[in-house]
Design a protein around this ligand. Structure first.
Ligand SMILES: NC(=O)c1ccc[n+]([C@@H]2O[C@H](COP(=O)([O-])OP(=O)(O)OC[C@H]3O[C@@H](n4cnc5c(N)ncnc54)[C@H](OP(=O)(O)O)[C@@H]3O)[C@@H](O)[C@H]2O)c1
Length: 282
């Protein structure tokens, strides 16, 4: 299989590149060479690579920054999504668009299913939901894979931010009233690789199994890192942010598992695997 990845320097993009390069020909592009907001550059890249599958992991991911820079966010996450989907269609490739748990408003109390109706709040969330729509409109062979709370090597993610904070803070307060699905980029990349072997086009939730609060996530991170940091629970209201966050955005990966025939790893096992990788890469 010949694969083309846009956004290949991001934390997910890098793991996608590793996984797909081990299974076939794979080309990865990112800024500054290829801007997904530029339809000509996107189209030319697709023609040159002649892929069977295109994965769009390029995104504007600054959730709070998007509130004051909606134009850039929309250009990347919506216009970019459309340009990549149009390019995939024109070269006869299937497309994977990576989306987010934030398309949901968080009002459910049980894991979100792919068929649940999005109700995004905030510019980033709205742009990703509109990106999904753009892909469904422009392409015929599409997979939309929503993920959540992603962490991977080299990423500016929650795990790394908490480990950095722990260096200078013996005590931390962490939000307890946000619950989600922490997900290791490697597991998501492997699941996407299995998914594109099928022609079961549609919307999927690509996350590690289980759920936890930010507070429980941090407790697990510090325990696995062997750090003795006092962590106190607090409410999200104590850390006001520019963009709203869903209080509950757990995603159910069962549909993805049914199609790939592979169970997603439980979030604690996935985190343990990531902590080991960090040590190997250090
Ligand atoms: N991170 C999370 O917790 C999370 C949660 C749910 C869903 N997702 C989704 O998962 C996907 C991957 O996220 P990630 O965490 O890997 O994000 P990331 O590390 O920020 O990677 C995104 C990549 O896209 C690139 N990019 C930005 N603007 C671009 C443009 N105009 N043209 C081409 N490339 C551009 C970025 O380059 P620069 O770094 O130079 O800007 C970066 O290399 C995204 O679709 C995101 O919405 C992420």
């Amino acid at each position: 299989m010949n694969t083309l990845i846009y956004g290949a320097n991001g934390q997910l993009g890098r793991d996608l590149l590793r996984v797909f390069a081990s299974r076939g020909d794979c080309v990865g592009v990112d800024l500054p060479e290829v801007d997904v907001g530029d339809p000509e550059a996107v189209g030319k890249t697709a023609i040159d690579a002649a892929p069977d599958v295109i994965i769009n992991a390029a995104a504007y991911t600054d959730v709070d920054g998007a509130e004051s820079d909606a134009e850039t966010c929309w250009r990347v996450n919506v216009d970019g999504a459309r340009h990549v989907a149009v390019a995939a269609e024109s070269v006869g490739a299937a497309i994977v668009y990576v989306s987010t748990d934030y398309v949901f408003d968080g009002s459910k109390t049980t894991p979100y299913l792919p068929e649940d109706r999005p109700n995004p709040t905030g510019v980033y969330a709205e742009s990703k939901a509109a990106g999904e729509d753009a892909v469904m409109e422009a392409a015929t062979r599409w997979f939309i894979v929503r993920t959540a709370w992603l962490y991977g090597p080299g990423g500016n993610n929650f795990v790394e931010k908490m480990l950095a904070l722990a260096r200078n803070h013996p005590k931390l307060r962490v939000v307890e009233d946000e619950t989600g699905s922490p997900t290791h980029t490697k597991d998501l990349a492997e699941a996407i690789a299995a998914l594109v072997q099928t022609d079961a086009y549609g919307i999927y939730h690509g996350v590690n199994r289980g759920q936890c609060s930010r507070f429980a996530f941090v407790q697990a991170i510090f325990e696995m890192a062997g750090l003795d940091v006092s962590v106190q629970p607090c409410s999200a209201a104590e850390f006001p942010s520019a963009a709203p966050r869903p209080a509950y955005s757990v995603l159910d990966p069962a549909a993805l598992e049914r199609v790939t025939g592979e169970a997603m790893r439980e979030w604690r096992d996935a985190l343990r695997r990531y902590m080991q990788r960090r040590e190997e890469l250090a």
